[in-house]
Ligand binder design. Sequence first.
Ligand SMILES: Nc1ncnc2c1ncn2[C@@H]1O[C@H](COP(=O)(O)OP(=O)(O)OP(=O)(O)O)[C@@H](O)[C@H]1O
Ligand SMILES: [Mg+2]
Length: 266
Amino acid sequence: MNKFIEISDVTKSYWSEDGKKQTKVLLPLSLNIAEGEIVMFLGPSGCGKTTLMRIVGGLEKQDKGSIRLAGDLLAGPDQRRGMVFQSYSSFPWLTVRDNIKFGTRYRREISVTEKEKITDHYMNMVGLSSFSDFYTNRISGGMRQRVAIARTLASSPDVLLMDEPFGALDAQTREHLQFQLMEINKSEQKTTIFVTHDVEEAILLADHIVIFSARPAQVVKKIDVNAAIPVSERQNRIADPQKFFSLRNEILEIIRAEYHQTVEAG
Ligand SMILES: Nc1ncnc2c1ncn2[C@@H]1O[C@H](COP(=O)(O)OP(=O)(O)OP(=O)(O)O)[C@@H](O)[C@H]1O
Ligand SMILES: [Mg+2]
């Protein structure tokens, strides 16, 4: 397996403000992700998924261990990793279009005309063309989330880090964007880490699903979804319900066991 993203023995704890109580969020955690894969993270709430994403994105520093991207040790944020957060993030002083265009600002390899085209392409993809000139404090939360997604895609990072990006969206928009993401993955083979609580979404989109334990997060299981259900049988629907249900049940069983541990541990 080629190791495009190499997470090696990463640990992270948070300390309470008085410095007395330590919360261990990540135990030595190791995980390799191949180039072009979509890896979906599933795990109980509070287990450390966002923390791990922020560390991979360079927004947070691990206590120990290392992260490599194509062999290079990562030290801080850069343009190679584009992140969509759990909650909406957009610039309220910019219009929808300018927010999305902002994503292209570091793309030196393309012309100004090209940047305009890319902006329009992704604005259209997320269904916001008719809101092009609206400032983002004048649109709904779900629309702001779509702006954030379009902006990140427009920046064309080597790695897409998506932390429950579709969580706040209505079912139709969600389905549409899931499909678009599948298309992007097919055409551009963009390496993606995607956190979700939605098992169906995970099965639909993933090459691999990584299930985390209750906090402190460890990898409980890595599932090769392509081996269970080939991508060709996942055209925004799973063609074989039997395969789908058995995989879904297997995953839910593991998550359920971890959830009970979380509840019992308080
Ligand atoms: N900046 C911080 N300071 C202190 N504790 C934090 C901080 N960020 C996260 N934590 C704690 O770390 C743990 C993991 O949080 P994290 O946000 O990574 O979980 P998560 O798996 O993303 O959960 P969810 O599925 O609910 O989004 C939680 O117990 C949380 O309270
Ligand atoms: Mg989270």
